[in-house]
Design a protein around this ligand. Structure first.
Ligand code: NAD
Length: 482
């Protein structure tokens, strides 16, 4: 782990096993951080923030981020292999959101923005209390301070880079806690920071731990100013509640149950419907995956047939195979959880049209077949709860109003897809869906400059974009005699 600029073992001397979810083999061990390790890391981040000029030296921060970018790029191919081994993500996904997409901009875009960000804003001079004395006034943006960063296992490096890029660009210091399933991308990042950059000791600390609750220090410590979390809604609630004792800022990227909505135009809908099988990419382990396929009742049977065939064609198995779209689930626990939801779907009366089993030919690894449920009512558990597996539910609607009602009938509001031949109609429906991102007609909103986050219980705050820089700042209003 990286604490106060040094690459160290846990104070307990313990390490924990990391398992390849495609083979169930132990691929290595990581230092097992304790609460004491976490507290040392927090103290280091506090000292680095309070006693160095990191938070004020914009040019130095930009140079450090460029060094980090170069260091990551130099090890890109090792990172690719390591991500596939610890995350079980298909090789294909590393050319996009798992690795190459964030590597192209998650650090460089915030670095570019340091010189462009509106750090100061003038207000008009004012005699606020009518006492005949004008005051000059400005609004200054300043870093929040020490940020605790808690990361899940599904897109671990993507999420870590999209957090630390803006956090460091805005002048904060941080402690990163990776998920216990996927520590290696984070410990590698720690090594690169220590060995290949001038980022000062304490500015970034990386503390993996097998015990989830070691991360709780970041929500409770009075030395931490803010928690930036990506993970499940249940853990997000817990973090918000723990952070309330010290009134920490919380930035939460949580779960989703997004829709893939096909409006009832005439004509061929097979292309867009086939696209919904994309839910199998990385075995459905993406918070923004549109897992509810909403189709017009007038074309319901046709849609079920098309999507069932598309899911049956989806290639799953060894994630190192370049033609594989769907690899394993991350762990035995998730495997059991997803199979449990499939059972629940059957019990509640949904009709399984394909999949639903552990593939008999794959005797090792946490695999589940691409699965489609038809005859799903939106009130069923499989339509309401996040499954985080390769499971698609097909739900019928009567008209645009009904489609919007069903889309919004969820505690979540993270993402979604709308398809229609008439773009204006698609935009009008998109405007009524209460969700943080939406892709129309196969387009992609993703980017370091594009705010991402949730409405409702999908989260608080936005990652990336100007909003994702501002969230890591405090606001100070200052005046002096004009
Ligand atoms: P999780 O909530 O179980 O764990 C996420 C992280 O939180 C891990 O590092 C874990 O060790 C840590 N953690 C757990 N309990 C904690 C506590 N009490 N205090 C502090 N830290 C704690 O989630 P997961 O199973 O790792 O990830 C899957 C979830 O993440 C899904 O629900 C998915 O939708 C969500 N997710 C959301 C986004 C988004 O941007 N909205 C992105 C990716 C994943």
């Amino acid at each position: 782990m990286l604490i106060d600029g040094k690459l160290v073992e846990s104070e307990s001397g313990r390490r924990f096993d990391v398992i390849n979810p495609a083979t169930e083999e132990v691929i290595g061990t990581a230092a097992d951080g304790t609460r004491a390790d976490m507290e040392r890391a927090v103290a280091a981040a506090r000292r680095a923030f309070d006693t160095t000029d990191w938070s004020r030296n914009h040019a130095f921060r930009e140079a450090c981020l460029r060094q980090l970018q170069a260091a990551l790029e130099a090890e890109r191919e090792e990172i690719r292999g390591e991500l596939i081994a610890e995350v079980g993500c298909p090789l294909l996904s590393t050319y996009g959101p798992q690795l190459d997409a964030p590597l192209s901009e998650a650090i460089t875009w915030p670095a570019d923005m340091i010189s462009q960000f509106p750090w100061k804003r003038e207000l008009p001079d004012k005699d606020a209390f009518g006492m005949g004395a004008l005051s000059a006034r400005e609004v200054w943006k300043e870093p929040v301070g020490v940020v605790g960063v808690i990361v899940p296992w599904n897109f671990p490096l993507e999420i870590t880079l999209n957090k630390i890029g803006p956090i460091l660009a805005m002048g904060n210091t941080c402690v990163v806690k990776p998920a216990p399933d996927t520590p290696f991308n984070a410990t590698r990042l720690g090594r690169l920071i220590a060995e290949k950059t001038d980022i000062p000791p304490g500015v970034v600390n990386i503390v993996p731990a097998s015990d989830h609750l070691v991360g709780e220090v970041l929500s409770t410590s009075p030395l931490v100013d803010m928690v930036a979390f990506t993970g499940s809604t249940a853990t997000g609630r817990r973090i918000m509640s723990a952070a309330s004792a010290t009134l920490k800022r919380t930035f939460l990227e949580l779960g989703g149950k997004s829709v893939y909505l096909i409006l009832d135009d005439d004509g061929d809908i097979s292309g867009p419907i086939e696209g919904s099988a994309f839910v199998c990419m990385h075995a459905g382990q993406g918070c923004a995956m549109p897992t509810r396929l909403l189709v017009p009742n007038s074309r319901y049977d046709e849609a079920v047939e098309i999507v069932t065939a598309a899911m049956q064609r989806t290639k799953y198995g060894d994630p190192t195979d370049p033609s594989v779209i769907q690899g394993p689930l991350i762990s035995k626990r998730q495997h059991e959880r997803v199979l449990g939801y499939i059972e629940k779907g059957k019990q509640e009366g949904a009709r399984l049209t394909t999949g639903g089993r552990v593939p008999p030919e794959l005797t090792k690894g946490f695999f589940v077949e691409p699965t489609v449920f038809a005859n799903v009512d939106n009130r069923m558990t499989i339509a309401q709860e996040e499954i985080f597996g390769p499971v698609l539910s097909v739900i019928g609607f009567d008209d645009d109003d009904d489609a919007v009602r069903i889309a919004n009938d969820s505690i979540y509001g993270l993402s979604g897809v709308v398809h229609a031949r008439d773009l204006d109609r698609a935009k009008a429906v998109a405007a009524r869906i209460r969700t943080g991102t939406l892709g129309i007609n196969g387009s992609v909103w993703y980017g370091a400059d594009a705010p991402f986050g949730g409405y409702k219980q999908s989260g608080v705050g936005r990652q990336c974009g100007i909003e994702g820089l501002e969230i890591f700042t405090e606001t100070k209003t200052v005046s002096w005699p004009a």
